[in-house]
Design a protein around this ligand. Structure first.
Ligand SMILES: N[C@@H](CCC[C@H](N)C(=O)O)C(=O)O
Length: 260
């Protein structure tokens, strides 16, 4: 069977996109998904995303990590899927869609920047060494010295597989403060089991964590990721974070056809 795919990237977090509105894709085939995401033997990507029909919203997002397993929310993937939906004429400039963590609203600006509303955050674990929260996916956040030379893969894997997070694991973010409203981060992604060039739910978690820790008083925060720049904004009241938005580029790279 031949399947048409599209490749998208958002600040270097890259995804294989498939229009599955006709339910043609063999979703249970973990090996196939991992193969399609493989950078040498397949198309290559940090994940694979299916765009599916949903009776109540514009579309449904079905997300798989590059290891082939379905996972929790992907912020950059969600932004790329909105750009993909626009390309397919499923939406115009505004979208409402359903993902594993619930309903999302998004918009595409004239310059192609996609703004995606993320889930509200009302539970943040603060310890002297790290912060943990769920922004649609689980995130460990830790400030480090010398972020540029930090071994993200080795240290990320040791925390992800360590006693803190058990079998489920977590994504691990290492952070450096640049100025009052800007932070740099590097992320080890669960399910990719490596550093990726960006992570949207990770950038969201870092922005909220830096506010909670008092590293910034801002509610619109610039995040430097390895593949570009993201902006996260939110409202904060009584320890609750609402109207959380993740904003940044989401670009079409190429399309093709694969025989599966
Ligand atoms: N790249 C993503 C996060 C994808 C999910 C993550 N790997 C997990 O399994 O928790 C993002 O942009 O948020």
């Amino acid at each position: 069977m031949q399947i048409e795919f599209y490749k998208y990237q958002g600040t270097g977090n890259d995804f294989v996109m498939i229009d599955n509105r006709q339910a043609i894709f063999p979703k249970e085939n973990i090996q196939l998904i991992a193969h399609l995401c493989d950078r040498r033997f397949g198309i290559g990507g940090d994940g694979l995303i299916l765009l599916e029909n949903d009776p109540e919203t514009d579309f449904k997002m079905v997300y798989y990590n590059s290891d082939g397993n379905p996972s929790s929310m992907c912020g950059n993937g969600g932004r790329c899927l909105v750009a993909f939906a626009k390309k397919l004429n499923v939406i115009d400039d505004n979208a409402t869609f359903i993902a594993t963590d619930g309903l999302h609203h998004a918009s595409v600006a004239d310059n192609g920047i996609v703004s995606l509303q993320m889930i509200n955050v009302d539970e943040v674990k603060i310890t002297p060494d790290y912060v943990f929260m769920n922004t649609g996916s689980p995130h460990h956040i830790q400030l480090v010295e010398d972020l540029e030379n930090y071994n993200v893969k080795e240290n990320g894997a040791s925390i992800r597989y360590g006693e803190l997070y058990g079998k489920q694991g977590s994504n691990i973010n290492f952070v450096k403060k640049i100025d009052e409203t800007t932070f740099s981060l590097r992320t080890y992604e669960r399910g990719v089991e490596d550093e990726t060039l960006a992570c949207g739910t990770g950038a969201t978690a870092v922005a909220i964590a830096m506010n909670v820790l008092g590293e910034t008083k801002a509610n619109s925060i610039d995040l430097n990721v390895e593949g570009g720049k993201l902006v996260v904004s939110f409202d904060k009241k009584d320890g609750q974070f609402t109207n959380v938005f993740l904003k940044g580029p989401a670009e079409f790279v190429f399309k093709g056809t694969i025989e599966i």
